[in-house]
Ligand binder design. Structure first.
Ligand code: ARG
Length: 594
């Protein structure tokens, strides 16, 4: 109902100006303070703008509200939209939309693929930096969270019409490659000149071996350090080895992305290598750079350490090496920079664990002070909490190892399958194996995604297969089941004829409750776009399902007749469409049967 809210806001402001022309002429501002009604009995909206005017106008707020209402009633555009406004309490104006307007809104959405969500007028590129695991290391549950949350945010932004660059800022550069390449050259030299000569298999184990040698063997350490220099100097053999390691990791990561239907463009840390010197030079030229104990850094404003001294962002170490932060600074310049040497973005969001909050705050501050952000540019860290086991501690396997993502997804699907088989038996239904596999896969993966997205991302979250797979509560299975229920109604001969334009008629309170819930969708999407909190969309879809189930349990649909029947079927259809679109924006496909 965003468009309606906008019209109301304009009408209210105009009414206020007409009610107090002298004040308006002398520059008094009028803010209607329009908000959704805090309780259903207050109608659809409330305008609280009379209260702050009491002082400047020298009148009791109730009187001000009365004068505004008088003017509203004289505005035909308003009376077409709303019933007579009510004044409540000290001077709140309660607004209730006319039933025929609400019905017309529902009607308009039935034929609209965007379900009333407008596309942005000024589309500017948005970068969503997410997932971003590190080469040759495990992609862990933290990366899974980033992947799921980032993908959903990207989907919402894309749906709103922004060109979105989904960037995988993989950790593919850095000193760890010295030991990895040295180890590779020694244990599998043939890999360097024969394509696919070795399968490095478990790259994580490979990493562990290399690290062990690095920690224990001084000669190995020296060679590794030399190897880093060679790699950074562009030595072809070193680069080849580096490429092999990256490819191997990439293949493993891609398996997870494929399973979860995640699209991502890889642009790792190494991409920014040629731009690192420029960062340091530019910071120097803008007078921000300070050499401290041989290291080049920028001291942060308003951020100090334990000793009370300002903390630095180190951009170049004593030995000339660059840092994670330097790469992020180069990335900011590139992302906001103009094509072809940049992405031309106006908003850049980073989805990582909350542990990196200080890193990003520091880097953002430096970029801002260096003047690298265009006017109106938005640079946002989207932090999330830790994934914990049911004991509240770090998520581990029973044997105490870190959980592999592959195993975690497998287990979700296996459990979903076991649940399904149990249910089929109870219901004495028989289904073929293809159906079982498809439903189990969809439900299992949906449960993992939804469990993650439905939490306020800032808080830590306890991973529980039992909870996420439950058919009741704010879970993926509950929402998927609502869609299935509606598909069942349609199958029973209840689908609304496409293109039906008969006016909708509603009479039952459960119908109106569902209408009002359905019409909130556009505002929810706008909120997610702004605040980057997918859990708002989850909560909405959960509430919508609940309101729908109440409606369907209490109001006859298939047994109704005439306009009541078609109007109720229309509500069913719009509910299903809203759930499907909403879940789609969370990266969750729906089912017709389950
Ligand atoms: N590779 C990093 C990690 O695993 C995340 C990178 C996030 N993105 C960025 N631009 N710093 O923690």
């Amino acid at each position: 109902m965003l468009r309606i809210a906008e019209s109301l806001e304009t009408q209210l402001r105009a009414a206020m100006q007409r009610a107090f022309p002298d004040a308006a002429a002398s520059g008094q501002g009028f803010d209607p303070q329009l908000a959704p009604a805090s309780k259903p009995e207050f109608g659809d909206f409330q305008a609280n703008g009379a209260l702050p005017l009491a002082k400047p106008l020298g009148q009791p707020p109730r009187k001000i509200a009365e004068a505004v209402v008088e003017q509203l009633k004289a505005d035909p555009a308003f009376t077409e939209l709303c019933q007579d406004p009510q004044i409540a309490g000290p001077g709140f104006i309660n607004l209730t939309l006319k039933p025929e307007r609400l019905a017309a809104e529902v009607q308009a959405r039935l034929g609209d693929q965007r379900l009333g969500v407008p596309a942005v007028e000024q589309a500017a590129p948005v970068v969503v930096d997410f997932s971003s695991p590190n080469i040759a290391k495990e992609m862990h549950v933290g990366h899974l969270r980033s992947t799921i949350i980032g993908d959903s945010l990207a989907r919402v932004l894309e749906f709103r019409g922004h060109p979105v660059l989904r960037l995988n800022h993989v950790g593919d550069w850095g000193t760890q490659f010295g030991m990895l390449i040295t180890h590779l050259k020694q244990v599998a030299p043939e890999a360097l000149d024969t394509a696919d000569a070795v399968d490095l298999g478990d790259l994580v184990a490979f990493y562990r071996e290399a690290k062990k040698r690095f920690d224990e063997d001084e000669a190995f350490q020296t060679t590794s350090r030399e190897e880093v220099v060679k790699l950074q100097g562009g030595d072809p053999v070193s680069l080849k080895a580096w490429g092999l390691l990256c490819d191997q990791s990439r293949r493993e990561f891609q398996k997870i992305y494929d399973r979860l239907d995640i699209r991502l463009s890889e642009r790792g840390e190494s991409f920014y290598n040629p731009y690192l010197e420029g960062v340091v030079k530019d910071l120097d030229a803008s007078g921000l750079l300070v050499v401290d104990d041989g290291a080049r850094c920028v001291f942060l404003e308003g951020v100090s350490g334990k000793d009370g001294k300002p903390l630095p962002v180190i951009v170049q170490k004593r030995d000339g090496g660059f840092n994670y932060a330097t790469t992020d600074l180069a990335a900011i310049r590139y992302r906001f920079g103009d094509a072809p040497q940049g992405d031309g973005a106006r908003r850049v969001v980073y989805v990582t664990d909350a542990g990196q909050a200080n890193h990003f705050a520091g880097v953002f501050q430096v970029a801002r002070r260096a003047g690298w952000l265009p006017d109106g540019a938005r640079l946002e860290h989207v932090p999330f909490g830790l994934v914990q086991g049911e004991d509240g501690k770090k998520l581990k396997t029973r044997a105490g190892d870190t959980v592999r993502l592959r195993d975690l997804l497998d287990e979700a699907v296996e459990r979903a399958e076991a649940d399904l088989r149990r249910r089929l038996q109870e219901e004495e239904r028989s289904e073929d194996e293809a159906f079982i596999t498809q439903v189990a896969t969809t439900v299992g993966l949906a449960a993992v995604k939804y469990a993650d997205l439905s939490q306020n991302r800032i808080t830590n979250y306890q991973f529980s297969f039992d909870r996420m797979l439950a058919l009741q509560g704010n879970t993926a299975p509950y929402l998927l089941y609502a869609v299935v229920r509606i598909a069942g109604i349609a199958r029973k001969g209840g689908d609304l004829e496409a293109g039906s334009t008969a006016p909708l008629q509603f009479s039952e309170p459960q119908e109106w409750a569902l209408v009002r819930e359905l019409l909130k969708f556009d505002a929810v999407i706008a909120e997610v776009e702004e605040e980057l909190l997918p859990n708002r969309l989850c909560t909405y879809l959960f509430e919508l399902s609940q309101v729908f189930n109440r409606f369907y349990d209490q109001v006859p649909v298939l047994k109704a007749e005439g306009p009541a029947r078609s109007s109720r079927l229309a509500l069913c259809r719009l509910t299903a469409d809203t759930l499907k679109l909403g879940l789609g924006l969370l990266g969750i496909p729906t089912l017709e049967r389950m």
